[in-house]
Design a protein around this ligand. Structure first.
Ligand code: GDP
Length: 458
């Protein structure tokens, strides 16, 4: 293999009990052994860990006390020789070890380069490599298990199966045309191709439908809290954030105003839009006539619609009911500690099948029920996180759409009675789009761009 040797710190920047400097490439073991005081690493058996010291050759001083893992190709992550130097002295010491290695002529790895090598050497396919990236970014346990499944190759296996089926059909049809046993061979070929195209198209469609779910798992269910002023929207937001460890993310490039709060409600990731969102909803009643406000609601995956227990339904409430009609929402009747004025039967009637939960947020009452309703809304129906193959990646979704479109073009061609070799062009295109998902037909520049999104050292 004509690759060079690369290195990077593979653990997060910051304080930690240990930090790891990783090397991969043909010189990994030889170079480490030049700066290592301890057993001869060149003779160390593969997949063993050795205690010793890293010596700075420029001063001959001990730079760090380390444990060094030696892993020889090909049974390694990159399928090259890999060395991992476990340091324990904090960031300064780790950086010193890295500098010593760099001074030995080892190149600093580009972001994602270790995983890229794993891909280039055929250890993982592209969708698995992307899953590694998702895993690093996963915000909830669910998102993590989806990424793990993808890494395990579930999507790849399904795509491979579909491609294989298309290929076999194309081959079969070609044989039929070359060696016609029957007079109506063209007709038969058309029927066969049409059936298979439809079958694969439907499979792709299924994948696309659940893709939305995958996106939600990765990015969180975008959740809007609406209701008239003073019903308890901010209280609800605060309660959800306090009860469920929130990850506060400031989105770079936006104003300080927009802070997204991720909360994990019984395994369901919610993305609550703070301040701006809440303020916007303050006057949502007046603005509900404006198309944009409706659009905002439509784009939410879930709406938490808060009503006052101690007030009768107002005209504004009715407008909000209209605005959320047909969308996924939960009605929260808040302030049950106060005198009842609201007609609950009427609310249930307006809410149709949607869940209605009562709370007294001030007294932290009903929060469990609300959380259960959120989880139920998410997990009932077709959504089963058990053994589905999720497509959680924009690039994959795009390619699936293109693959599906190509098959539909083929079906249309058959319908119009086009010659088989024209139809086959579309089928082959679909096959190629699917190939791009797993990296079979992906271009070099695409691969470079994908891996550059990885964090350093991965
Ligand atoms: P928002 O305008 O919809 O965001 O409502 P807030 O969350 O700011 O709440 C308005 C007022 O209602 C505040 O004074 C809260 O303390 C109060 N409040 C919220 N929840 C309850 C509740 O369950 N019971 C009572 N009595 N007051 C509540």
């Amino acid at each position: 293999m004509d690759t060079d040797t690369i290195t990077a710190i593979s653990t997060p920047v910051g304080e930690g009990a240990i930090a790891i400097v990783r090397l991969s490439g043909p010189e990994a073991i030889a170079i480490t052994s030049q700066i290592f005081e301890g057993k001869n690493l060149q003779e160390a058996p593969s997949h063993t860990i050795q205690y010793g010291k890293i010596i700075d050759p420029s001063t001959n001083e001990v730079a760090e006390e380390v444990m060094v893992s030696v892993m020889r190709a090909p049974k390694t992550f990159t399928r090259e020789d890999v060395v991992e130097i476990n340091c324990h002295g904090g960031m300064v010491a780790v950086n010193r070890v890295l500098e010593i290695i760099l001074a030995k002529g080892v190149r600093l790895a580009e972001p994602g380069e270790f995983t890229k090598r794993a891909f280039l050497h055929g250890r993982i396919d592209l969708s698995q490599a992307e899953a590694v990236m998702d895993l690093i970014r996963a915000k909830t346990d669910k998102a993590m298990s989806v990424a793990l499944k993808q890494m395990d190759g579930r999507l790849s296996k399904l795509i491979q199966k579909l491609r294989q089926e298309l290929l076999e059909t194309v081959a079969h049809v070609e044989v039929n045309i070359d060696y016609p046993e029957y007079d109506d061979v063209e007709e038969m070929s058309h029927a066969m191709m049409k059936e298979k195209s439809k079958e694969v198209r439907d499979e792709l469609d299924k994948l696309l439908q659940i893709a939305q779910q995958g996106k939600i798992l990765r990015e969180g269910l975008s959740t809007a809290i609406i209701g008239r002023p003073n019903v308890g929207k901010s209280s609800l937001m605060n309660t959800l954030v306090q009860e469920n460890k929130a990850i506060v993310t400031e989105i770079p490039g936006t104003t300080r105003d927009i802070i997204e709060e991720y909360v994990n409600v019984r395994g369901v990731p919610l993305r609550l839009v703070d301040t701006a969102g809440i303020r916007e909803t303050e006057d949502i009643v007046e603005r509900i006539g404006v198309d944009r406000s409706r659009q905002v609601l439509k784009e939410s995956d879930l709406i938490l619609f808060v009503l006052n227990y101690n007030e009768p339904l107002s005209e504004d409430d009715m407008k909000l009911f209209e605005a959320v009609d047909g969308l996924e929402y939960i009605v929260i009747i808040n302030k049950t500690d106060l005198q009842q004025q609201l007609d609950l039967d009427k609310v249930r009637e307006f809410a149709k099948e949607r869940p209605v939960v009562t709370t007294a947020l001030l007294e932290e009452q009903g929060v469990d029920e609300l959380e259960k309703a959120i989880a139920d809304t998410f997990f009932t129906g077709d959504i089963d996180t058990g053994d589905m193959t999720y497509v959680s990646n924009v690039r994959h979704i795009q390619l699936l759409k293109q693959a599906k479109q190509a098959l539909e073009d083929a079906m249309e061609g058959i319908e119009l009675g086009m010659p088989m070799d024209i139809v086959q062009i579309d089928v082959t295109r679909s096959w190629e789009f699917m190939g791009e998902i797993i990296g079979d037909t992906a271009s070099d520049s695409l691969i470079d761009q994908l891996f550059s999104q990885f964090c350093l050292g991965k």
